[in-house]
Design a protein around this ligand. Sequence first.
Ligand code: NAD
Ligand code: DAU
Length: 377
Amino acid sequence: MKKSKLERAVIFVTGGAGFIGSNFIRYMFKNTAFKGKIINYDKLTYAGNLANLEDVAQKYGKTRYVFVKGDICDYKKVFHTLKKHAVTIIVHFAAESHVDRSICGPKDFIETNVHGTFTLLEAVRALWLCSPDKRQATDNKQSYYRFHHVSTDEVYGSLGGTGSFSETTPYDPRSPYSASKAASDHIVRAYFHTYGLAVTISNCSNNYGPYHYPEKLIPLLILNALEGKSLPVYGDGKNVRDWLYVEDHCCAVWEILRKGRPGETYNVGGNCEMKNMDVVHAVCRRLELARPAAANPALKGRKYADLVTFVKDRPGHDRRYAINASKIKRELGWKPAHDFEGGLKAAVQWYLENGGWVKKIKDASYALWLKKNYRRR
Ligand code: NAD
Ligand code: DAU
């Protein structure tokens, strides 16, 4: 996209109160040349938290940052918000994102991830058709609306011991979460091929870092360990994930907005494959350095690693993910800036320094959900 146009644009970020969305909004204001406005459109589900953006709201709230509480499945509200703020760029993070929750209750995942994405696309299409350039849906030109869809490597399924996912790997989703994301990717692509909407898609590996909701592996390990609770490892702990520090993902999305080609998909990964057990031990080692177990009364004389507990495996647990991110490196010049040790050090430090945020998160609904769904722990 043309540099000057992008830097002054109004960007509609869905799911901006969640983990990656809030990091992305902060990244845009702090780390890029962006001078425009961001509309954060979020339903504030259990995973959405305005405390994630208190600093941003304070600094830019009267000028360049607007929060709108809304559901992406609400066509009228999406349409009117896009129109009212003269949005031209959509960065779509909003989703139900937790695989375990999708196993317990898939309905919300189909609603938000599939129907919500479709609703957003329809609102953009309608606006585009009544916009000044009035390009017809069939004239094969690209829209001046830009739609970036944030997706996951899980759409590609599960790998054996070798190989990695490229942008041409056939889709093979295996959980309700990944199936719903796969469906949304296909719908987004259809709007490019059928209507010429200028879409891009990124399929990213496992993120970690500040503001990560503590149902996901890394923050769960950090917080459980500090409280002397068990560290649940599913199955044999040998499943492999490719870890990426969240700021690197935010940077990748920005590079795609700046230089990505409409209609293209970019895989984003940390080049950092690790077995879950190795992640668990890395977290324990990092905590021993930052807050030694010997000086933590909750540990009662145990080491953090003594808390590891093997539990029943996740149904349909994908064995291994690995991302080949050579396309985004070659075409857009993006590569991760953080290695795992550096990223983990920053993440652990963030959780140690943000006890207030953690306390707020552990509210009644989260505690209730854990009680209902995690009986096995
Ligand atoms: P998250 O669960 O932390 O945040 C999701 C946000 O979306 C929340 O703020 C929530 O309130 C909002 N939301 C949910 N349903 C909504 C609806 N119907 N309308 C409006 N807002 C709604 O998720 P995350 O980990 O930040 O993931 C963001 C996106 O990135 C998702 O699309 C996810 O699939 C994708 N992704 C995540 C990872 C990861 O490791 N976390 C990796 C690759 C891709
Ligand atoms: O790969 C990208 C995906 O990464 C994103 O699309 C998802 O939104 C995001 O949640 C994440 O999915 P995972 O299922 O890989 O993340 P999670 O943190 O839930 O689990 C990581 C690995 O750790 C996985 O193999 C399951 C395992 N695990 C997880 C939890 C929560 C455990 O062993 N114990 C646990 O308590």
